[in-house]
Design a protein around this ligand. Structure first.
Ligand code: SUG
Length: 461
């Protein structure tokens, strides 16, 4: 640990905490099947040949870099893919190889849905409320039902198992089941949830952003789907025990969803007292700011907005560069570090804006750029790949110890990827039943490396 870095400690003010990032480790079936309607990158890269090995190594390099900077960093294991369970539910029978061959012949789109490595985008794994905000003083997790997309709707069961394995101490953690997977309760997890606070261990303000209301008359997008409903966000706030002083709800602008902003984290990111967002992010944006300012203010914390004007960076630039899908990380001096995808540097308007932003001396002090191209081509930037969990010292001690990133784990996982992953995977390759054996072999080895027990269905049969 470097001096002055955000290690959790007990101090005289009570319980101090830090933010830990749990990044999704890219699974061995990473591919481009164009499965996500409304996600421009996923649709435009359909049928491109993917490199799962490179994808996993790119993610590991980001994790290692953040751990080296002194941030608490952990890894979330991938899910078993292809999901033979889904294919059997859909009527394909025989032994596992026959199930895959039959699906490949009769319904390749269903095989693709069963094979997506989409669990890598851990920001969609769950919504997390830290213990300082909840009624019972535990950290609460609700796995997202991801009901809008078939390939993502099969994630929440395994997510719940994995979260329960990583956060297994019931006195500290409450892992809920997902909300019912129905359009009225569509939930996409932390991608539509931001927590503002002073110290991470102090009471915060949780900001829920929804795309539409299932009941009642809010305007909805017309071209692309609004995946998150207000009713789902309300339900999560209720089950996490968040008081009215803690929760703020806002609607995402329908026209920006129609421009490709399928999650709020494609147009806004916040951390501690800073919100970095586009001027067209929310319906009644000034009122949203006021509400956040008031609630944070009543907890003694001053709220700062860094708003990007359309005239400098258009919504289209935000969608193609993923400027707002950056991670905002607290620096020891109280200012923020922005972790961004290299695509930002390839867009001259975004690059110029960043120069001006850093030079302005505002709350964002610094930026660092990462090559996450393999994930980006499916619409997943730095912020999509991580689930944030604010933890105090006793909660950190209660997390499964083997998942924390350090030099040794980085080396171990790098060698594991080199050994088990292909460097080329096309949509046609998903028909190869051998991929299932390779994936299971990889995941079996991984659970042993991380010391998290038998979390996958194939290990329990
Ligand atoms: O849900 N892409 C994901 C990307 C998720 C990004 N996450 C956040 N913004 N937090 C999605 O649209 C594409 C998979 C494919 O096409 O094979 C996909 O699922």
């Amino acid at each position: 640990m470097q001096a002055g870095t955000p290690q959790a400690t007990q101090d005289s003010r009570g319980t101090h905490a830090v933010e830990a990032n749990f990044d999704g480790l890219v699974g061995p079936t990473h591919n481009y099947a164009g499965l996500s309607f409304g996600n421009v990158a996923s649709q435009s890269n359909e049928k491109r040949v993917a490199n799962p090995k490179q994808a996993a190594l790119q993610g590991l390099l980001k994790m290692k870099a953040l751990a080296d900077l002194g941030y608490r960093q952990a890894v979330m294991p991938p899910h078993e893919r292809p999901s033979v369970g889904l294919l059997r539910t859909l009527g394909f029978s025989g032994d596992d190889s026959q199930v895959i061959r039959r699906a490949a012949t009769e319904a390749p789109e269903l095989l693709a849905a069963a094979s997506s490595a989409s669990a890598m985008w851990a920001a969609n794994a769950a919504t997390v409320s830290p213990s300082a905000d909840t009624a019972d003083g535990r950290v609460h997790f609700t796995p997202a039902n991801l009901a809008f997309n078939l390939h993502r709707s099969i994630e929440h069961g395994t997510t719940q198992h994995l979260l329960s394995a990583l956060f297994r101490s019931e006195p500290h953690f409450a892992v809920h089941s997902a909300l019912p997977g129905t359009p009225a309760l569509g939930d996409e997890g932390a991608a539509n949830h931001t927590r503002f606070c002073g110290d991470y261990g102090a009471r915060g303000v949780e900001f829920f952003v929804y795309g539409r209301r299932a009941y009642g008359g809010a305007v909805a997008p017309v071209r692309y789907p609004a995946r998150q409903t207000l009713e789902a966000s309300h339900a999560i706030a209720r089950r996490h025990g968040l008081g009215a002083d803690v929760a703020v709800f806002a609607q995402q602008r329908p026209d920006v969803i129609d421009a490709g902003v399928f999650h709020n984290d494609v147009i806004a990111v916040g951390n501690q007292q800073v919100l970095f967002c586009h001027e067209h992010a929310f319906v009644e944006q000034a009122l949203v700011y006021q509400s956040l300012r008031d609630k944070l203010g009543s907890q003694g914390t001053e709220f700062h907005v860094v708003e990007v004007p359309e005239a400098e960076v258009g919504v289209g630039d935000a969608v193609s560069s993923y400027l707002f899908n950056s991670q905002l990380l607290a620096r020891p001096d109280g200012r923020q570090l922005l972790i961004m995808p290299q695509e930002c540097m390839e867009n001259p308007r975004v690059a110029a804006y960043l120069d001006h932003l850093i030079a302005s001396g505002g709350p964002i002090a610094e930026h660092r750029v990462f090559d996450l191209r393999e994930s980006m081509r499916n619409g997943g930037g730095p912020a999509c790949l991580r689930l944030r969990v604010a933890l105090n010292a006793s909660e950190i001690a209660a997390v499964a110890p083997g998942v924390w990133m350090n030099n040794a784990l980085f080396e171990t996982l790098g060698a594991w990827v080199e050994r088990h992953y292909r460097d080329r995977l096309s949509v046609e390759d998903l028909a190869d039943p051998q991929l299932l054996d390779e994936s299971r072999g990889a995941l079996d080895a991984l659970t042993a490396l991380l010391g998290i027990g038998s979390v996958y269905a194939f290990q329990r049969n």
